[in-house]
Write a protein that binds this ligand. Structure first.
Ligand code: NAD
Length: 481
């Protein structure tokens, strides 16, 4: 069985304790490789290597760091199909999605930050009353920890690593233990690209052991974490008294608001995608669809017709719309929420069941795209994050009412608004509790924009110069003359 290795100090190495975890292919329900079950000894070794690499790496010119990081992007490009297949197999996502979104975006993350660092500048403040000039340095923090989830494995992993490296930090990173394969391929690419030893270290393993060892480590200056709200809360408790910098990108329960004057066909087709892309396992998916009462019945019926046409099946087949969900426990969790929805009085109008496709994927973890109506806005199904192919539909009559529903959850990551009325679009967008609002579109991403959530969806922002600000410490120097 293929054994994934850690990447520490430029070498691919086995975990010190010799222990491994099973890595499943969720589309067939079988273990296909083994992951290091690393512990604090491996993390210590990685931090030591990162600490030793820091002085030289941080003293390189921006252009030199740009060249290394671009070489990593080129390395991903040169092994593109290998990355695509690995991501689809490890996660269960349709291969066409990995080819169109995950791997191109991982490559773009490196390109974006390699070039961004060439344009990153700091402030200066001139004082005329007491002739003096203040200039603010933005200095790298040192060794930083990056921890990412399983839903967009390489995409989110590199979204942290790229700005951290570009700004001169060295990194100890942990991908999700559920989807480690493309992070492993990335470590091979870094070796091939000649990245200096210790600059990036990738330690595989479980959250409470490997992840927590990173979070706890006193030589790690900042934690950038993406994952569940409960985990974020736990990490915050550890990190806060240590006064480390912390960025937390957490869960969501995003509203998708459809007004009667929307561009109907566009709203309908995009809402199907924003509900079920990546099996609904994108933190930005809209899981509560609010539809104006003037078009509720028509929209609901047309939505269900489209959803029933989605093909659930082998992620490797080109016409598959939904692949497997990421694991057996996750499949069970989603099915439990569908049961809960029924107990709460919801009516399942599409899907609702596990699926066993014929052939190769008969034992995989599949769930039908599921649409539920008839639930109150404040029931558990409409308040808790399910993170699967399950959406609820709810009618509304006024702007005020729908804002109340949309903002009733503890989360505040993203929202989508569909209307042709520009004033209403702006008004509603401004009043939504969300870090990101899309008007008449969904998941249209410009990497320069701030990315993150409010309320229990986290603290801090990624993206653009926000991430570079996070990974640097401002130091003001005042010079009197
Ligand atoms: P998770 O919180 O279970 O795990 C995320 C990562 O944290 C994994 O690498 C895991 O090993 C690690 N981890 C777990 N316990 C830890 C601990 N005690 N100390 C340190 N690390 C620990 O989340 P998940 O199930 O992998 O991902 C799904 C969640 O991620 C969903 O809630 C989703 O909304 C969220 N998410 C948020 C965003 C965003 O940008 N806001 C993006 C994607 C996913």
């Amino acid at each position: 069985m293929f054994k994934i290795q850690n990447y520490i100090n430029g070498e691919l190495v086995a975990p010190i304790n010799g222990k491994y975890l099973d890595n499943y292919d969720p589309s067939v329900g079988e273990v296909y490789s083994l992951i290091p079950d690393s512990d604090s000894a491996d993390v210590d070794m990685a931090v030591k290597a990162a600490k030793e690499a820091f002085p030289e790496w941080s003293n390189l010119s921006n252009e030199q760091r740009h060249d290394y990081i671009m070489a990593i992007a080129d390395g991903i490009e040169s092994r593109f199909e290998e990355f695509v297949e690995a991501e689809s197999r490890d996660n269960g996502k349709p291969i066409k999605l990995a080819r169109k979104v995950d791997i191109p975006r991982a490559k773009s993350n490196f390109k974006f930050y390699a070039t961004a660092v060439m344009h990153y500048s700091s402030q200066s403040h001139f004082m005329s009353e007491e002739p003096a000039i203040n200039y603010t340095l933005r200095q790298p923090l040192g060794v930083v920890g990056c921890i990412s989830p399983w839903n967009l494995p390489l995409y989110l992993f590199t979204w942290k690593i790229a700005p951290a490296l570009a700004t001169g930090n060295t990194v100890v990173a942990k991908p999700s233990e559920i989807t480690p394969m493309t992070a492993y391929l990335l470590s091979e690419v870094c070796k091939e690209a000649g990245l200096p030893n210790g600059v990036l270290n990738i330690v595989h393993g479980n959250g409470p052991t490997t992840g927590e060892a990173i979070v706890q480590h006193d030589d790690i200056q900042a934690i950038s974490f993406t994952g569940g709200t409960k985990t974020g809360e736990h990490i915050a408790r550890i990190v806060a008294p240590k006064f480390k910098k912390m960025s937390l990108e957490l869960g969501g329960k995003n509203p998708n608001i459809i007004f009667g004057d929307c561009d109907y066909d566009k709203a309908l087709s995009t809402s199907v995608i924003s509900s079920f892309a990546n099996q609904g396992q994108i933190c930005l998916c809209g899981s509560r669809v609010f539809i104006h009462e003037s078009i509720y019945e028509k929209f609901r019926d047309d939505f269900v017709v489209k959803v029933k046409k989605l093909k659930v099946g082998d992620p490797m087949e080109g016409d598959t719309s939904l692949g497997a969900v990421v694991s057996k426990p996750h499949q069970e969790k989603i099915l439990l929420y569908i049961e809960l929805a029924k107990q709460e009085g919801g009516k399942v109008i599409a899907g609702g069941n596990a699926v066993n496709p014929e052939g190769r994927c008969a034992n995989g973890y599949f769930v039908e795209p599921t649409v539920i109506e008839g639930l109150p806005f404040n029931c558990r199904t409409n308040q808790e994050e399910i993170f699967g192919p399950v959406v609820t539909l709810q009618p509304f009559s006024t702007e005020e009412e729908v804002l109340g529903y949309a903002n009733s959850v503890k989360y505040g990551l993203a929202a989508t608004v569909w209307t042709q009325d520009i004033s209403r679009a702006n008004r509603v967008a401004q009043n939504l509790h969300a870090g990101i609002v899309w008007v008449n579109c969904w998941l249209l991403r410009d990497l320069r924009t701030p990315f993150g959530g409010v309320k229990d969806s986290g603290i801090g922002r990624e993206g653009g110069f926000e991430a570079m600000d996070f990974f640097t410490e401002p130091k003001n120097i005042c010079v009197k003359y």
